[in-house]
Design a protein around this ligand. Structure first.
Ligand code: C2E
Ligand code: CA
Ligand code: CA
Length: 569
């Protein structure tokens, strides 16, 4: 049998309480209170269990109107339906009671059957609202859930068709890092904190706010269409967020969708706002973007790339190109870097700068890299068989590859299969891998070094961790980021930047690392680097990346030097 719902009867006259009790006790569990004060005490002590209140408006100590007033201040009590049962049937009393939050007013003498019916209707309504209210709220943050937001936003837009509205999505930059570094309890606190800020700010603007998914929030506000409004809204939210006590800068990225067509379903509008927010992730100088058609077009193109990647790999559509590396002192070839090339069946030749980040995002990069490593080892094996000098070729190891548990074993097996020495294959790892997960990188690099691979630190000087990293990672070669070459531009040497370059090269010498300069495009740059003591260079000044056949011809016709790189263990 279902337990009976509880009803609170509040009346100073015992006889009235007993009469009501008699009518209702077959259907409800009855609790009695003889004045307003004890009624409120009961509501507090029995929080959440009372389904309705029958209230006498005139009582000593605390009257029924004051009970209604107190109940209205408390969100949980305010939702409990109250029927005022009055000895007089004056219109004024009825209006007063209803204005103060009573749901119904019944005057004596009353028909017990009608009273029971009205009571049960009200309770039913209250219970269904309670259910909706509960499901509508996100359990962690207390703000609307995604579905509730869709429902309310659709209603608001539908009933205000002439008011311009703006939908704003937010995305927390590097939220996963917060969870990883500080624990998920801190992550949860951060989400609650952000929800509070956004809820407050959106209410100020007469809007609504929801937690759309894990670390995404959604806001619908009227008239936020101009840039200045949006800017101050974002600025204020970011300033408040800076107060969150965490030893890491948290920044919010915002995507703005200006609602122009009310026929577009709200979930699609939200997706678009989120895409706009995503488009500024990783851009330190930008905190928000408006959704526009270029974002949509970019996504369509990205999808075309993703759609073709697997079948292109199966059909050997990816090619390995080689770009030679030279000794700066005598301009002899010392090695090469393997760089992938792809002619997409629909989009034509694509720049790795476009598809590699996408493959890193989807995880496909691990498959592609393995393909490139295999192919590169095949090339080295064929040169060995032809009796060509055993030059070293470097391959790129994406930061995503580092997360593979058995990465050293995978590369070692490839090298063994092609009967190569591990020292013939250099591994280029970008500096950002260290910023992302230093511990994992250190242990993987140590393993690789044990096998005998030589490690080149790619794009050195772009991350934030350069000096720290040098003391922790047993690398062999520093590959200077291409941007340093800008400091050795024709005619004007940029003093500060080239001072840094000079410092890095001398530091590398001091800790026994060899230095490769990348992106060398002029004789002037090559001469300058040579003067600073940089060992090797790679760049268009010498040669562009080229197909393997062309490179093999170049090897046959060039002076070659096999450098002896002292492993830096
Ligand atoms: P990266 O590893 O820093 O490779 C050097 C890039 O600089 C190459 O671009 C190369 O063509 C270009 N480059 C070489 N010399 C010059 C020069 O003198 N001037 C200029 N402006 N550029 C020069 P590419 O081939 O477009 O590759 C871009 C990036 O894509 C690479 O940067 C690397 O991060 C990634 N990548 C390329 N192939 C692979 C691969 O097989 N696996 C992985 N994980 N990443 C790859
Ligand atoms: Ca590289
Ligand atoms: Ca590089």
């Amino acid at each position: 049998m279902k337990p009976k719902l509880k009803i609170l009867i509040v009346d100073n006259q015992k006889i009235n309480r007993k009469i009501l009790s008699r009518f209702l006790s077959d259907f409800y569990e009855i609790i009695e209170a003889e004045n307003g004060r004890s009624a409120l005490a009961t509501l507090r002590s029995q929080k959440g269990t009372i389904s309705a209140v029958l209230l006498d408006p005139i009582m000593p100590i605390m009257n029924g109107y004051d009970v209604l007033k107190e109940m209205s201040k408390n969100p949980e009590m305010a939702a409990i339906p109250v029927i005022v049962i009055s000895q007089d049937n004056k219109e004024d009393s009825e209006i007063k009671a209803l204005q103060m939050g009573a749901r119904d007013f019944i005057s004596t003498p009353y028909n017990p059957k009608i009273l029971r019916r009205r009571l049960s209707n009200l309770i039913e309504l209250y219970q269904s609202n309670l259910c909706i209210g509960h499901i509508e709220r996100d359990t962690l943050t207390g703000i609307y859930t995604k579905d509730a937001f869709y429902r309310h936003a659709t209603e608001i837009l539908g009933s205000n068709p002439t008011t311009p509205f703006t939908l704003v999505a937010t995305d927390i930059e590097r939220f996963k890092l917060v969870n990883d570094s500080f624990g998920s309890a801190t992550g949860d606190e951060l989400l609650q904190y952000i929800a509070k800020i956004l809820q407050h700010d959106s209410l100020q603007l007469h809007g609504i706010c929801a937690r759309h998914s894990e670390d995404h929030f959604m806001i619908l506000v009227p008239k936020c269409a101009d840039d200045e409004n949006m800017h101050s809204f974002i600025d204020a939210a970011q300033k408040e967020l800076n107060q969150f006590p965490l030893n890491m800068k948290i920044s919010l990225k915002f995507g703005v969708y200006l609602i122009k067509n009310l026929q577009t379903p709200v979930p699609i509008m939200c997706d678009r706002a989120l895409l706009a927010a995503e488009s500024v992730k990783g851009h330190y100088e930008k905190s928000y973007a408006y959704y526009d058609d270029s974002i949509r077009q970019r996504l369509v193109r990205e999808q075309q790339i993703i759609d073709e990647m697997k079948s292109s790999l199966e059909k050997n559509r990816f090619q390995v190109f080689l770009q030679p590396k030279y000794d700066l002192t005598n301009e002899k070839i010392v090695g090469a870097e393997a760089l992938v090339r792809w002619t997409h069946p629909k989009l034509g030749a694509l720049n790795p700068g476009e598809f590699i980040p996408l493959f890193e995002h989807t995880g496909f990069i691990t498959e592609l890299d393995e393909y490139v490593w295999n192919h590169t080892c095949e090339i080295l094996e064929s040169w060995n068989q032809k009796g060509l000098p055993h030059i070293q070729v470097s391959v790129n190891v994406s930061r995503k590859d580092i997360y593979q548990e058995n990465l050293p074993e995978i590369i070692w097996n490839i090298v063994k299969r092609h009967e190569l020495q591990p020292s013939q294959l250099h591994l280029e790892i970008t500096e950002t891998a260290y910023t992302e997960n230093a511990g994992q990188l250190i242990s993987v690099v140590n393993e690789l070094k044990k096998i005998g691979f030589l490690i080149e630190m790619d794009d050195f000087g772009t991350g934030y961790s350069s000096l720290n990293m040098l003391s922790e990672l047993p690398i062999d070669i520093l590959k200077l980021d291409m941007r340093f070459m800008n400091s050795i531009k024709k005619g004007a040497l940029q003093k500060n930047k080239h001072n840094i370059l000079e410092f890095i090269i001398s530091l590398a010498k001091w800790i026994n690392l060899q230095v490769v300069a990348e992106g060398v495009e002029s004789k002037e740059q090559a001469d300058f680097l040579c003067k600073l003591g940089c060992n090797y260079a790679q760049g268009y000044y010498y040669a562009k990346p080229m197909p393997v056949d062309e490179f093999t011809k170049l090897l046959n016709n060039s002076d070659i030097e096999i450098p002896s790189i002292p492993p830096n263990c």
